[in-house]
Design a protein around this ligand. Structure first.
Ligand SMILES: Nc1ncnc2c1ncn2[C@@H]1O[C@H](COP(=O)(O)OP(=O)(O)OP(=O)(O)O)[C@@H](O)[C@H]1O
Length: 224
């Protein structure tokens, strides 16, 4: 056992529609527990494709992926779904909140799916994260009543509810103005500094990447 939370070993990927055209070539990545890492590179270099594989959602690749020292490659889809729900927190450019549920219920959902804690404890935990992110007053509202920045903070609370080993974020501020982007970056910084949260963030923003502790730079499907 070691402190590596996420490990990609010799990952290659090409899309079935374009066999023989490599999108990712010999990708090797180690993310240690508590690391705060950004993944940068020009548009089309393969960042989202890689993140999708690291998140276990894309299983069509060559090489090996380990999450929390467990080999994910070749595992059945229902086991991968369990690992994702328990160990990975996702934050995307678009928040994917469910409009028919309140903010509180949206944040609680991943924990309700796991069904490991009593309802009241899940609610308390959800409120704690909403509080920490400065949006506890939004708990009874519905996503379509919120601003873009507020929705993204709710999405971060939802990503945190199961105390994931790692947060994976794909352009989490891509849809936000500067003020809200700064706020989201401050939150990631706090999660890293105060909670030791492991984070891997795909970003175009060099200013943000420079605030992370390590930058992984990609070019044409390779890490450079
Ligand atoms: N389903 C697909 N079939 C074929 N090619 C694809 C598919 N999805 C993505 N690609 C190609 O794979 C390459 C990498 O795409 P990807 O979305 O990973 O890049 P990216 O670095 O995340 O770009 P951006 O910063 O613009 O989001 C691109 O050339 C893209 O056109």
């Amino acid at each position: 056992m070691n402190d590596i939370i996420l490990q990609a070993v010799h990952i290659d990927k090409s899309f079935r529609e374009q066999p023989g055209i490599p999108i990712l070539s010999d990708i090797n990545v180690d993310i240690q527990k508590g690391e705060y890492v950004s993944l940068m590179g020009r548009s089309g270099c393969g960042k989202s494709t890689l993140l999708y594989i690291l998140s276990t959602m894309d299983t069509d690749y060559k090489g090996e992926l380990y999450i929390d020292n467990e080999l994910m490659t070749g595992q059945k889809s229902n086991h991968l779904a369990e690992v994702r729900n328990e160990k990975i927190g996702f934050v995307f450019q678009f928040h994917y909140l469910l409009n028919e549920f309140t903010v509180l219920k949206n944040v609680m959902l991943p924990a309700l799916k796991m069904a490991r804690l009593p309802l009241l404890d899940i609610e308390t935990k959800a409120m704690e994260w909403l509080n920490m992110l400065g949006i506890h007053q939004l708990a009874p509202k519905y996503p379509n009543q919120l601003s873009g920045g507020e929705k993204q903070r709710v999405a971060i609370a939802r990503a945190l509810i199961n105390s994931p080993c790692i947060i994976l974020a794909d352009e989490p501020t891509g849809n936000l103005d500067k003020k809200n982007s700064d706020l989201i970056f401050d939150i990631f910084q706090q999660l890293s500094d105060n909670f030791g949260q492991t984070l891997l963030i795909v970003t175009h923003d060099p200013g943000f990447a420079n605030r992370t502790k390590r930058i992984i730079q990609m070019e044409d499907g390779r890490i450079v």
